[in-house]
Design a protein around this ligand. Structure first.
Ligand code: 5GP
Length: 177
């Protein structure tokens, strides 16, 4: 099993390039079938999802649009804590079939805070495609509709996901040793 070292941490291969790519082809097939009469609007959340979004999009045979956004959290004025806002979402989502593209759903907090802002725009439908899901760690009511891999609650890097800014370029996904 291959290992990589990023800064002070060692990681071992967890999902090979072929395993990831074949699963993405499968998910693209599901989306092609589920949206065969529609035109989904993908919203990919940067930075982590850029590789997944690109590979997934290549395998779509239906009409589809995509935009990339960045989420920023700031301390709200209220005592409820962080508020998540998006940068780069210029499109009006009213009546659209929206699919959020995420790298990983962990606790679910990010999407739980962000999704109401999209629902507010009254899309026709709103689904989530996440390459990875740490379902055992998910405490907020967020359930991805398309999941690449349900993984244990261990830190992973590669294929878009970083450790302290590095490791995103790896073709495989690695797990912290
Ligand atoms: P959540 O809000 O669901 O707890 O976390 C979502 C975000 O946390 C992801 O988009 C990702 O940026 C980060 N994250 C959660 N788990 C991991 C992990 O194992 N590795 C990396 N690189 N990022 C993670």
């Amino acid at each position: 099993m291959a290992t990589v070292t990023i800064k002070d941490k060692s990681f071992e291969t967890y999902l090979s390039e072929e395993t990831i790519q074949s699963r993405i082809r499968f998910i693209a097939g599901q989306i092609n079938s589920d949206y065969k009469d529609g035109k989904p609007f993908f919203i990919a959340i940067l930075n982590g999802s850029f590789m997944f979004a690109a590979d997934l999009f290549k395998h779509l045979t239906i009409d589809a649009e995509i935009c990339f956004i960045k989420l920023a959290s700031y301390e709200g004025m209220k005592s409820t804590g962080n508020v998540v806002t998006s940068i780069g979402l210029d499109e009006d989502l009213f009546g659209k079939e929206v699919i959020i593209v995420e790298d990983i759903v962990d606790t679910g907090k990010t999407l739980h805070q962000f999704l109401p802002k999209l629902v507010h725009q009254q899309p026709k439908s709103l689904k989530i495609a996440s390459l990875l899901h740490k379902s055992a760690a998910t405490v907020y009511p967020v359930k991805p509709d398309y999941v690449g891999f349900d993984i244990p609650d261990k830190f992973v890097v590669g294929y878009g996901l970083d450790y302290d800014g590095l490791g995103r370029n790896l073709k495989e996904i690695y797990q912290l040793i």
